[in-house]
Design a protein around this ligand. Sequence first.
Ligand SMILES: Nc1nc2c(ncn2[C@@H]2O[C@H](COP(=O)(O)OP(=O)(O)OP(=O)(O)O)[C@@H](O)[C@H]2O)c(=O)[nH]1
Length: 388
Amino acid sequence: MSQSADPYFALIAPACIMLFGGLIAVCWWMQRKQLRSPFLLWLAAGYVLPAAALMAQSLMNDAQLGAAAPWTAVLYLSGGWCIANGMVLRIGGKGVSVLAGLLIGAATVSGLYYFSRVDDQLWIRVQILTLGMALQQLLAVRYMLTAKASADRLEKWVFWTYWINIAYALLRPVAVWLLPVQEVQEVTRSGYWLLTLALAVLFSLWFALGLLACCVRDMLDVLREERNRDPLTQLLNRRAFMECAQALMSDARQAPWVVVAADIDYFKQINDRWGHACGDQVLRELAQWLPRQVREKDLVARFGGEEFVLLLTGVQLQEAYVIVERMRENLHRHQFTMLPAGAALTLSFGLAPVINWESLESAMMQADALLYEAKNAGRDRVQALRGA
Ligand SMILES: Nc1nc2c(ncn2[C@@H]2O[C@H](COP(=O)(O)OP(=O)(O)OP(=O)(O)O)[C@@H](O)[C@H]2O)c(=O)[nH]1
């Protein structure tokens, strides 16, 4: 690299790697509030550190390369460890062993120190460093092999390109070794050498591209979730409820359906007596309790205030009435954490059958009207269409 006619030309590869590291760091910044996001910082470091080392080396002459070898190696090896750690955190692991990383690092740097200060051997240094980096990345393999295989194409891309990077890091020294060139200086100036180097950079960027695509996909998922969820309870909001209902009702095998309008009784008194924060906590807890009362394919949404809407799937109105009546009774026995023992919380319900997607809006209006009938009849009761 240092022998290049124009050393600044050699900065292109490390600049590209640095750019990818920077882009991954930007993804981390945008997702930093997500619990899982720190893995992105490790992956960004895994690109930035080796890129910095490669940049520095691109501007060095042979003597400087030898003198700086242990220091630049620390950057390369730390980068390899950061990538492995990021990969393990990404799949939900606790990270790779620091001790193993330090041991590999110490052994590699000692070898490099010897072959730069005691016996200056560029070729052996290159081999030792490549092996050290591959070993750092191999630390993630145990976790990756035990992780559940993902069916997602982007995840597969990231998984396999990681393997390709490790395999190539292990094979590259062998491939170069087989070259019929005796003098190391000739090797490092040969087109073949540069090709193997370019391939290493290419595989690494290919892997980073997959990672970035996953980051963008994850960000879009988060945005979609935020758009679809009620921020207080994390239940579906009205818009998402309608979207999900339309998708559900496009499958006639799921028919018939019943829409349920539910509203907390005297919720204002809870706010007034125990404070708005207590009211919020009651809403959150109720939002966790409601889905447990129905089946997984049923929809549960909060339309605002203390009003919830459910869409029960594959049930006649009579069956739905039994389900909701049981729900109403179960609620009497539920102790809300923020409410004093014995403080009752009740719901009033209105139920209306839904024939198809086109009739959902009118069924929701019927359920709403029935809910207010239930309120007027004394609350804590279930009101369904008479004669249905
Ligand atoms: N804590 C909290 N309160 C809310 C929220 N949204 C609406 N409320 C309150 O819910 C109360 C609803 O009051 P009302 O419409 O009179 O209904 P209610 O007291 O439940 O009486 P009925 O529905 O007639 O049984 C109001 O005091 C609102 O301020 C919320 O997100 N958090």
